[in-house]
Design a protein around this ligand. Structure first.
Ligand SMILES: *Cc1c(COP(=O)(O)O)cnc(C)c1O
Length: 462
């Protein structure tokens, strides 16, 4: 290691506005979590001390973004902020056509409706909750084609987001390319633990799909974090700026759905971007039905301005190093205490492996759900379940999916918390781990039909 590597780094910003947060007493938290049905999604934010529920829409905007909010052109049609956003997407992602949407699932909805026919199959590198649901609502069937390593939380593979090309080829042979509207490629893969896909793998996916005339659509929510991992881990990219890596990644795809609430540093917003003029025409038409005119897509002009500026900031190497570096900092602290986490440490979150954390709680008693509740009880830190509750049920059989990954996600908002907050989180998780033998499972007492993890309620088992 050279001298440079032994020096500390710090965030490339300073703080000029603060929002007080509240510490609560354990007795209060016992009441709050019971009232929330042991589901951290149903807690009130003001009862949470450090909020690691999600990095979605929870990032801190910069002074430049806030200044842009005052420059909103709130015209119904043809807002100047739309054109600024369109320029930013063309410049940094490289796609030709842009349809703004209120957030990522708005783009998923439109894409699924225009591209998927009933009976189609949509292969993807692991499912994402809203993405798969929109594919299913359009009559499609999601098929997981991620590499096997992704399902093993202890496997130390650097690109666990990779598509298994044999699985993809097998699906093409089985159902025929005409029944595969596109391959859904996420970068990074949220449900696998924020794991990246390699550039080489993307290139191979492009090669294979090109032969069969199948499109590739990128889930770009965290593509810049993915680009950073490529820069750090893939031979040949160490001196390439993340902005350039991002452009190359996108060049192997035909379009993307984007939740700008992730990489793009805004509190609301998303888009669908496409290269095909005909598909864009259909998207531009359908967005009017569900989101709004194609030059605002459910957003205010000021929201689009903040997004355009956020995209520009998000591709800065200094920004992304500090962002992923903070996640690594928390992950390393937990590893040093032998807390079982998904390896390698992901880009946006540290994922606790609830199967190994609570070996005595069977998956049907929701160990990850119980673990998220117990961390909240210990310290007021809020994480979320990513296991059997999130996986939901098979729409055909009604049976529970039993995912191999049973995780609690501690997700770090961008530019919001300090290293001291991370220390507090780590200490709390270690404390809960120390008391693991006393933990009990849960039973479900209310289950909504769609995306149950958001609103389900539980009771502790005796
Ligand atoms: C958040 C997310 C989405 C959905 O985006 P929303 O803005 O929440 O609607 C889709 N894919 C991935 C990988 C995400 O993390």
């Amino acid at each position: 290691m050279d001298e440079q590597h032994q020096r500390s780094w710090a965030e490339p910003f300073k703080i000029k506005m603060v929002e007080p947060i509240r510490m609560t007493a354990r007795a209060d938290r016992e009441r709050f979590i019971a009232e929330a049905g042991y589901n951290t999604f149903l807690l009130r934010s003001e009862d949470v001390y450090i909020d690691l529920l999600t990095d979605s829409g929870t990032s801190a905007m910069s002074d430049q973004q806030w200044a842009g909010m005052l420059l909103g052109d709130e015209a119904y049609a043809g807002s100047r902020n739309f054109y600024h956003l369109e320029d930013a997407v063309r410049k940094y992602y490289g796609y030709s056509y842009l349809v703004p949407t209120h957030q990522g699932r708005g783009a998923e909805h439109i894409l699924s409706q225009i591209a998927i026919k009933p009976g189609d199959f949509v292969p993807g590198n692991m499912y994402f909750t809203t993405t798969r649901l929109h594919q299913e609502l359009a009559g499609g069937t999601f098929v997981d084609v991620i590499v096997d390593e992704a399902h093993d939380p202890a496997a130390d593979y650097p690109f666990k987001g990779n598509v298994d090309l044999e699985k993809l080829q097998e699906l093409i042979d089985r159902v025929g390319a005409e029944h595969i509207p596109y391959v859904s490629v996420a970068a990074t893969v949220n449900m696998a633990g924020g794991q990246p896909i390699a550039m080489e793998n993307l290139r191979e996916v492009r090669k294979l799909t090109k032969i069969h005339g199948i499109r590739v659509i990128l889930d770009a929510a965290r593509a810049i974090e993915n680009a950073y991992f490529i820069q750090q881990r893939e031979p040949g990219y160490h001196d390439t700026p993340v902005a350039k890596i991002l452009r190359e990644m996108c060049s192997y795809t035909d379009g993307c759905t984007m939740s700008a609430k992730k990489d793009a540093l805004v509190n609301i917003g998303g888009f669908l971007a496409l290269n095909d003029a005909n598909l864009y025409d259909e998207a531009r038409n359908l967005v009017v039905v569900y989101e709004g005119l194609h030059t605002y897509g459910g957003l205010a002009g000021r929201d689009m301005e903040a997004m355009a500026r956020g995209i520009e900031e998000s591709v800065s190497d200094d920004h992304i190093r500090a962002r992923v570096g903070q996640v690594e900092y928390l992950g390393r602290k937990l590893q040093e205490a032998d807390v079982p986490i998904v390896r390698p440490i992901g880009g946006h979150a540290v994922y606790l492996d609830a199967r190994r954390f609570y070996r005595h709680i069977p998956q049907d008693e929701y160990p990850a759900q119980a673990l998220a509740a117990n961390i909240y009880l210990d310290s007021g830190v809020r994480g979320m379940e990513r296991g059997i509750v999130s996986a939901g049920r098979d729409p055909q059989t009604g049976e529970n999916h039993h995912p191999s990954l049973e995780l609690v996600r501690l997700t770090i908002p961008r530019r919001v918390y300090t290293q001291a907050h991370m220390d507090v989180v780590a200490e709390s998780v270690v404390e809960v781990y120390r008391h693991r033998a006393e933990a009990r499972g849960l039973k479900i007492v209310y289950e909504p039909k769609y995306l149950r993890f958001f609103q389900a309620r539980f009771d502790p088992l005796d």
